[in-house]
Design a protein around this ligand. Structure first.
Ligand code: ADP
Length: 382
């Protein structure tokens, strides 16, 4: 039996559990707390932070290959392990251009892919910022940003100053033009050891305060736009020689232009619908790829699907049992509850995917609203 080491033990690793069982694999996770979701499904656990490479050496001793559910690792330290023969999939080389948002943007631009206008700036250069792009603009911490943490939409110079002062210890920022997008899109793509690439249907993602709230699959876009986005995914995964699943976030502008926002070098929230709505989930696909198996069929097995994140709206220890059983009464609803012991504001506690028998966007939004009216205390029942 193959043992797969997973750096990170959050919900993304937890959702690999069923697929691992199906494929006859064992997962060993490296994660800082026994309370983390994936500890419950792991054959073994190395209790350590994800950037603790000494712990990753211990993890390597327990498994055949190592993959990532969290990319905030210490690449320099891990490369020593790689030289000693530890097999990382995707490889560390595939992660190197991606972990710093500025380097990632440069990489995408150098591939000739469409990206928002951007530049790097040191805090002491702040006078130059406004003159380059004007307001509003978007300020992003170059490292360790996720779920909108470290991403700020800045309306004017007065709001820029405190952000830069507050973040002064972080060495640098990425500044980019604010894209008045019409919609946000995403695509999950997988690449095998043999270089085969498969893509999932392009989805629409809806963010509130920079955090993903809902995903509608498939997105309502033209076949030409879908083909363009699939081609972008192929270019990225092939040029990085990826083995595994990556998520790619994009903007669609009012005049139909596609821009790449960000690459997530792992399974991604925008692909959670695939657990219930696709022939092969992104989690199974990732394990298939990193274990050297042939890739599975990524196609939808229903007309459409809508996925809604269940985000914490209070600080509490509740398991929300009543709300969960209420959500399960929605026809064709699949609830995934990550088993976190504590709810905090904005924390991802679970998600619901509802399978739909048609691609009517209004219907998908109605379903999303009914889920949110059950989950959030302050949304009226629609
Ligand atoms: P994170 O890595 O934290 O997810 P992102 O770069 O994906 O950060 O940004 C989070 C969200 O912020 C995006 O989904 C989008 O809604 C908004 N956003 C990010 N960059 C821009 C931009 N240049 N213009 C407009 N909105 C943006």
């Amino acid at each position: 039996m193959k043992r797969v080491g997973v750096i990170g033990g959050g919900q993304l690793a937890w959702m690999m559990g069923d697929a691992a069982q199906k494929l006859g694999l064992e997962l060993v996770v490296q994660t800082p707390s026994r309370e983390d979701p994936a500890v419950a499904i792991a054959a073994d656990t190395v209790l350590a932070k994800v950037d603790d490479a000494t712990a990753t050496a211990v993890l390597a001793g327990k498994c055949d290959i190592i993959t990532f559910e969290n990319e905030f690792v210490d690449l320099d330290a891990l490369s020593i392990l790689a030289h000693q023969g530890v097999c990382f999939r995707p490889s560390l080389e595939a992660l190197i251009p991606l972990l710093d948002k500025y380097h990632q943007r440069c990489y995408l631009r150098d591939l000739g892919l469409p990206v928002p206008e951007f530049f790097a700036i040191e805090p002491q250069d702040k006078e130059k910022i406004a003159s380059k792009l004007g307001f509003p603009l978007v300020l992003k911490s170059r490292r360790h940003g996720y779920d909108g943490q470290g991403t700020f939409i800045i309306k004017d110079f007065a709001s820029l100053q405190p952000k830069l002062d507050y973040n002064i210890t972080e060495s640098a920022f990425l500044i980019e033009e604010f894209v008045p997008f019409e919609r946000e899109l995403a695509i999950i793509a997988a690449r095998s050891v043999d270089g085969e690439v498969v893509t999932y249907p392009v989805v629409e993602t809806q963010q509130e305060e920079q955090v993903c709230r809902r995903v509608i699959a498939p997105a309502k876009i033209t076949p030409k736009q879908a083909a363009e986005i699939e081609a972008i995914a192929h270019t990225i995964l092939n040029s990085l020689q990826v083995v595994g699943v990556f998520g790619i976030e994009l903007f669609l502008t009012a005049d139909g232009k596609v821009l790449v926002n960000e690459i997530a070098p792992r399974t991604h929230n925008s692909g959670h619908f695939s657990l219930d709505a696709c022939e092969t989930s992104q989690f199974e696909q990732h394990l298939r790829a990193v274990c050297g198996f042939t890739l599975g069929n990524p196609a939808l097995r229903c007309a459409a699907a809508v996925m809604v994140n269940l985000l914490g709206y209070e600080n509490s220890q509740s398991d929300y049992e009543q709300k969960r059983s209420h959500l399960l009464q929605i026809p064709q609803a699949h609830l995934h509850w990550y088993g976190k012991t504590e709810s905090r504001l904005g924390r991802k506690l679970g998600h619901v995917t509802v399978l739909l028998d048609n691609q009517n966007q209004n219907e998908a939004m109605d379903v999303a609203r009914s889920i949110e009216s059950i989950w959030y205390p302050n949304i009226p029942i629609g």
